[in-house]
Every structure is written in structure tokens, then in C-alpha cells.
Design a protein around this ligand. Structure first.
Ligand code: HEM
Length: 377
């Protein structure tokens, strides 16, 4: 129920403990006026700070303002606590330059090299209508009504300046971002988030998560890159797969989440260990291919959510993992890991990537006079 501090050196919603619910929205900016965009970012910051504190989106509240105007808050969060709401903003490559390379808002020169469209990966089945976006808002909370209320009110405030391009609900966290949290399970029934970057990781966070002072974009120092991938799971096929095969695919056991090389959940996998003359963790197992030792030390902070978006016309659940990963540089983070997975991961028989986006999330908002993206404009 309690509120998570909105102000700080880093945006909340990255290394703060992963909440249980997600509403993620990508926006297109529909104005070409830089001042309008700046005014929106200021208004969004003020509303976000209020809502994360458990308050209405606007000071007039849901019913207390001018009765002849639409209310300054849509009202469905009345009586509900802050529920750990975090709102995290990101800026997409297309905010800086349009498809023809034109400088949309006078910020093209500030686009970091890393903030460019992700490369295509083998087996990608991306729908452009639910990919990309100029801006994103990641709303996480422990109550879905609170997360939806926040996105809805930001969209309402942005009417005429931005429009929602696509959005995604998530209902169960699939990662831990703190050692204080129990590891949750994904829709394949496996513990997910065991070997994740976590709040307690100290120097590793500066090395792998936060953009540094010398990384080439001053406005982004203290921020992070967000990669989102909507990954559909063929759950019906998965459910007809033997337990032995399921465990071999991940390289961990289903009950405890322990590596198949032995030990407990948090023991390091031993990739040299053998069982019956074969590698205990198969060569094409997910954890072997995704492990830092296979990817030049790459480490990600995964912060994804499960989704079920109804069912398809064959009666199969449209279910999966809305994968979110934060990192200091996608070129040494998500990209090499996904290249390795797309090439050899046995899990590929059961999943399909249907949307993709990359955003640069600026550092935290210092106080009430600061606003999202101030150093960029
Ligand atoms: C580990 C599931 C997609 C990167 C794991 C684990 C599971 C899992 C069960 C082992 C527990 C853990 O350490 O968290 C899945 C599922 C996916 C998926 C069901 C798709 C539906 C991805 C993608 C990436 C990724 C797209 C990045 C490109 C990782 C990494 C680890 C991991 C880095 C930790 C490896 C280690 O250090 O041991 N995943 N994953 N996963 N996954 Fe995935």
C-alpha cells in the first residue's frame, strides 16, 4: 500500500522492487511544436509525482474542482492507496529524428548512438503497430486499477499533444529486482528472475545498469536503456512437453529453479558438469546461452510481466511474457544476448516475439522544480 519515492537520482520503477502489475504505454507525439512537448513533459511530471504519492492527477481532484469543466482526475483511484505506483518515462529514437532523418524538436544532435532502432533478429515476427513509439510510460503498481488510472490520466493530460500508439497490461511480475523478494514464476511454470541484476548489486549497477558520465550523452547519465519485447508463448504446445524436456530447455529444475548442474536456486550453474556423459546443462539451454559467461559479461536487469490478452481464433490463449530489460548500453546488453538466443535457444520452438521497442530513460527527477527530460531540452 505504501508510496514509493518519486524524486531521486534515478527514476523509480527500475531497480526499485518489482511490483505485481503493469500498464505499459507507448505514445506518438502528434504536435510538431517543441514548446508544447516541453509543457506536456512538465505537466506529466507534476501529475506523476502527485499520483505516485497516492494523490489525484491534478490538484482539483476527481470532484472537488470546477463543476463546469471535466474533472482533473478521472476518479477511479478514489479511496485506493498509492499501491507502490512507479511511473518511468522513456524517449524513443523516433522522438529525435523522423524516418526521413528530420530533426523534429531540435534535439537530434543529442541522440546517443545507442538510441537507434534495434536490429532484426532471426525468427522475429514483429507487428509494427505494437512496436516502437516516441515516448513510453511504464506504470507499475500492486493494484492494476492504480496502474491503469495513472496511464489513463497521463493520456488525458496529453490529449492533442500525444496519442497512445500501443499499450500492454501485465498481471504478474516475472522477475525479482531485490534479494528481499521471492522469485516469482512465469507462465511456463518456472521461477524467473533468479539470476537478475538486483538492488543489492552495488558497483555492478554502475557497470551494467546506469548510463555513466562518460558514455556520450550527458543528459542521460544516471538513466538507463529500456528494451521491451512482447513474447507470445505457445502454452498449449508447452503443456504437452515432458517435464524432463521442459527442464532441459531452461537448464534449471522446475520445482526449485536450481541449475541442472546441482545445488540450490542461487548457486551458480556449472556449465562443465556432466550427467550420464552429456552436459548437465544442455548446450542450447536458455540459461547457458543467456549467461554472462557466454556474452562477454553482459548483464541485464529484467523486469517483465506475464500477460494473457484473451484467446485467438483457434482457441489458444494469447499469452506470454512482456519482457522488459534495463541496461547501460543495448549494444553490449540485450542485443548480443538476444542474438545468441534467437540463433540456438530451444525455447524458440515455444515462443514468438511480436513487438519490440527501445527507449532511453532519463535520470530521476530531483525535486518539484525539475521535470522529466529537462536536461534534454
Ligand atoms: C534466465 C525464462 C526470454 C535473458 C531465465 C530463466 C528463465 C527464463 C526461467 C532462469 C531463471 C532466471 O535466472 O531468471 C524466459 C522466458 C522467456 C525468456 C520464458 C521468453 C518467453 C529472454 C530474453 C532474454 C532473456 C528475450 C534476453 C535477450 C535471460 C537472462 C537470464 C535468463 C540474461 C539469466 C541467465 C543467467 O545469468 O543465468 N529466463 N526468458 N530471457 N534469461 Fe530468460
Amino acid at each position: 500500500a505504501e508510496a514509493i519515492e518519486f524524486y531521486g537520482a534515478h527514476q523509480a520503477g527500475i531497480v526499485t522492487p518489482a511490483q505485481d502489475r503493469l500498464h505499459f504505454a507507448a505514445f506518438d507525439v502528434i504536435t510538431s511544436d517543441r514548446e508544447e512537448l516541453v509543457e506536456l513533459l512538465k505537466a506529466w511530471t507534476a501529475a506523476a509525482a502527485r499520483m505516485c504519492g497516492g494523490d489525484y492527477a491534478g490538484p482539483g481532484g476527481a470532484v472537488g474542482g470546477d463543476v463546469y469543466a471535466p474533472p482533473e482526475d478521472t476518479g477511479e483511484a478514489q479511496g485506493l492507496p498509492a499501491s507502490g505506483l512507479t511511473l518511468t518515462i522513456g524517449f524513443g529514437p523516433s522522438l529525435f529524428q523522423d524516418a526521413d532523418g528530420a530533426d523534429r524538436f531540435g534535439i537530434a544532435a543529442k541522440r546517443p548512438d545507442a538510441l537507434t532502432e534495434l536490429p532484426g533478429f532471426p525468427l522475429d515476427d514483429l507487428d509494427p503497430a505494437i512496436s516502437g513509439g516516441d515516448l513510453c510510460i511504464q506504470a507499475c503498481a500492486n493494484d492494476p486499477q492504480i496502474a491503469v488510472h495513472a496511464v489513463r490520466n497521463l493520456a488525458r493530460i496529453g490529449f492533442g499533444t500525444v496519442s497512445i500508439r500501443w499499450s500492454q497490461l501485465g498481471f504478474g511480475r516475472t522477475s525479482s529486482t531485490s534479494q528481499a523478494q521471492a522469485t516469482p514464476r512465469n507462465l511456463m511454470g518456472f521461477k524467473d528472475g533468479t539470476a537478475n541484476l538486483k538492488a543489492e548489486d552495488g558497483d555492478l549497477l554502475d557497470e551494467h545498469l546506469w548510463v555513466g558520465d562518460g558514455d556520450g550523452a550527458d543528459w542521460l547519465a544516471g538513466g538507463s536503456y529500456l528494451v521491451s519485447r512482447r513474447i507470445r508463448m505457445m502454452v498449449e504446445t508447452w503443456d504437452r512437453t515432458s517435464l524432463t524436456e521442459q527442464e532441459a530447455i531452461f537448464g534449471r529444475d522446475k520445482s526449485e529453479g536450481a541449475p541442472l548442474s546441482g545445488g540450490g536456486e542461487f548457486d551458480e550453474p556449472d556449465f562443465d558438469a556432466e550427467r550420464d556423459g552429456a552436459p548437465a546443462i544442455p548446450m542450447n539451454a536458455h540459461v547457458r546461452l543467456a549467461h554472462p559467461s557466454s556474452n562477454d559479461g553482459a548483464r541485464l536487469l529484467r523486469r517483465g510481466y506475464s500477460f494473457v490478452d484473451g484467446s485467438d481464433d483457434l482457441g489458444r490463449l494469447d499469452a506470454g511474457l512482456f519482457f522488459i530489460a534495463y541496461q547501460r548500453d543495448p549494444a553490449t546488453g540485450f542485443i548480443p544476448v538476444q542474438q545468441a538466443l534467437a540463433k540456438s535457444d530451444v525455447l524458440n520452438e515455444y515462443i514468438k516475439h511480436t513487438s519490440s521497442a527501445l527507449f532511453a530513460c532519463p535520470p530521476g527527477v530531483a525535486d518539484g522544480s525539475d521535470w522529466w527530460g529537462r536536461a534534454l531540452f
